[in-house]
Write a protein that binds this ligand. Structure first.
Ligand code: NAX
Ligand code: ADP
Ligand code: K
Length: 512
């Protein structure tokens, strides 16, 4: 699904009203109904709800939600924060529609003094509907005071569409002073760019996109470089194995990985590769790694390097469809020369990770010679070594986009919402994965999965998207069965078959 800006969302809103022949007040009612249902499904009826409403359409959503919740016999109180003189037209209609019972208990915050006197009781559910996508400057004044009150109250906070105070199209680099810290954000239709930046994790720890039925064609028409990967998009990329195939059909992978003390990285990447569809895998590594592999993964073929501690040379590359370079290789000068020679000699599909990236960072001129659509998988520190520091995550994202375009490569910038930056400047944010992956070896596993998919025949963009999604999806399957604390990357690899199976089940080509 696309990620659109506040301005674009306004346009889609207007086009939906025009094309669906629906009035804006009825669209607001639709939004409110969906949000009220979601709130009712999350919280039991005995939890009191306090709805903070602003003066714009976000406030209008809040006023309608309050009415609908009270119709469900929920204990509801409405607080209107008068940060402007007049309600928007639709908010005014919903204000007038408030039932008498809600009007009787309504609190209006008109001044700093009113705001200072607010008291939010323990164990309430606060619905934050003060500001949405219409925010046009940092929040000050009575809104700021109310926001501080909400943030310091021991209550649960659900923000409608946007945590009030947050600018959705870019990141500030630091937490905005006045911004609601939500427990859950019900994001209308689409995610917002700002939700995907780590610096906003306290403001948006969780968001859910609620489908409010905006016009699909209008959504398609809005140009955007940003996408959010959804399960059905990725499942549709999967290709079944051919009944009349043989191992040669699915290609031969070469993994250049491991050095003294880091054999595990090679073993992890190798196993993940073979569990992601490659027909054949050869691992070229040190003797110690080769010994470990022969024991752990008899399916892999091996070549032992002349050097005992690191890899230095690999003869013929012509029979490989894809090469993975980097997990645990170290940075010895001979290993650096090996990467140089791979870049010079190999014209197939290439993925470079870990120390491979650090070697590139020390030899930036080699970047110009990467085979087209080479996949690079840096974590933030590795990316900083490659492209320099960034002030904010938004800046880092723009740097990553420019990098992918300049070197015609696919840059997978690993993070909670991993950014997959394509050479054409587009970015897909991955939606899967959890903190159980925040452990050594997770990146090696990702490299192995993508290497397997490249070898299997997926074009690099598809391999990057599918591999990143499945890596996180498999970790999410593990997290359903075990604590994130205890997940080992070998657990993730063992669940890969189930993850593929689940994703295949929603792809029509696997069902026929
Ligand atoms: N996207 C959609 O299709 C839909 C959006 N709706 C709602 O409409 C919202 C957007 O509504 P609006 O455009 O009216 O915008 P908001 O409700 O976010 O607020 C706009 C008002 O706040 C004022 N304002 C902006 N920044 C301020 C600040 N820092 N301090 C004080 N006042 C400030 C503006 O001058 C304006 O009066 C969405 O977030 C969503 O909740 C739904 O009602 C209908 C469908
Ligand atoms: N909190 C998290 N949520 C989702 N994914 C995570 C989280 N922490 C780590 N990951 C994922 O785990 C992987 C870690 O990669 P990396 O740092 O290279 O690990 P290593 O070098 O130890 O193998 C990345 O794919 C990253 O996106
Ligand atoms: K809000």
């Amino acid at each position: 699904m696309k990620i659109l800006s506040a301005t674009q969302l306004k346009i889609v809103d207007a086009l939906t009203i025009e094309r669906q022949h629906i009035s804006s007040i009825d669209l607001m009612e639709r939004v409110a109904k969906i949000c009220a249902e979601r709130i009712c499904s999350q919280y039991t009826a005995d939890l009191p709800v306090v709805v903070f409403c602003g003066m714009g359409n976000n406030g209008g959503d809040g006023l309608a939600i309050a009415r609908l919740l009270s119709e469900q016999n929920r204990m509801v109180q409405v607080i209107v924060v008068r940060h402007t003189e007049h309600f928007s037209a639709d908010a005014q209609v919903n204000f007038d529609r408030l039932p008498k019972s809600l009007q009787a208990t309504l609190i209006t915050v008109r001044s700093e003094n009113d705001a200072g006197q607010l008291h939010i009781k323990e164990n309430t559910c606060v619905i934050d509907a003060m500001l949405g996508t219409g925010i046009n400057k940092p929040v000050t004044g009575i809104l700021e005071t109310v926001i501080h009150k909400i943030n310091s109250a021991p209550c649960t906070v659900i923000s409608i569409d946007v945590p009030s105070g947050l600018m959705i199209d870019h990141s500030s680099g630091e937490l905005p002073d006045a911004c609601v810290q939500a427990d859950l954000v019900l994001s209308l239709q689409l995610p917002k760019l700002a939700y995907l930046f780590p610096e906003n994790k306290r403001i948006v720890p969780h968001f859910e996109c609620v489908d409010i039925g905006l016009d699909q064609q209008a959504l398609l028409e809005q140009p955007s470089p940003y996408y959010f990967a959804e399960r059905q998009d990725i499942a549709a990329l999967l290709v079944p194995r051919n009944k009349f195939s043989h191992k040669g059909t699915y290609g031969h992978a070469l993994l250049l990985a491991g050095s003294s003390g880091t054999s595990g990285a090679a073993v992890i990447a190798a196993e993940a590769c073979l569990r992601s569809g490659a027909g054949l895998l050869t691992v070229h590594s040190t003797k110690q790694t080769v010994d470990a592999l022969s024991y752990r993964l008899p399916e892999a073929m091996t070549q032992t390097d002349e050097h005992d501690s690191f890899i230095t040379f690999c003869d013929d590359l012509s029979s490989y469809r894809a090469i993975g370079f980097g997990p645990g290789v170290g940075r010895a000068s001979e290993t650096q020369q090996l990467l140089k020679s791979v870049i010079q000699r190999f014209q197939g599909r290439l993925i470079i990770d870990a120390d491979g990236l650090n070697i590139l960072a020390e030899n930036k001129t080699w970047l110009e010679f990467l085979p087209k659509d080479t996949i690079l998988t840096p974590h933030p520190k590795e990316f900083e070594r490659l492209a320099g520091p960034s002030d904010t995550h938004f800046d880092r994202l723009q740097k990553a986009r420019a990098f992918a375009t300049r070197y015609a490569c696919i840059l997978i910038l690993k993070d909670t919402y991993t950014h997959i930056c394509m050479p054409d400047g587009s970015v897909v944010f991955n939606s899967t994965g959890n903190a159980g992956l925040a452990k050594g070896g997770s990146g090696d596993c990702l490299t192995g999965i993508i290497l397997g998919l490249l070898t299997r025949g997926y074009p690099p963009p598809q391999a990057a998207l599918t591999g990143t999604f499945i890596h996180g999806y498999t970790a999410d399957l593990c997290a359903e069965m075990m604590s994130q604390e205890s997940i080992l990357i070998t657990d993730v690899i063992r669940q890969l078959p189930c993850a593929f199976k689940q994703l295949e089940s929603t792809n029509k080509f696997f069902r026929s």
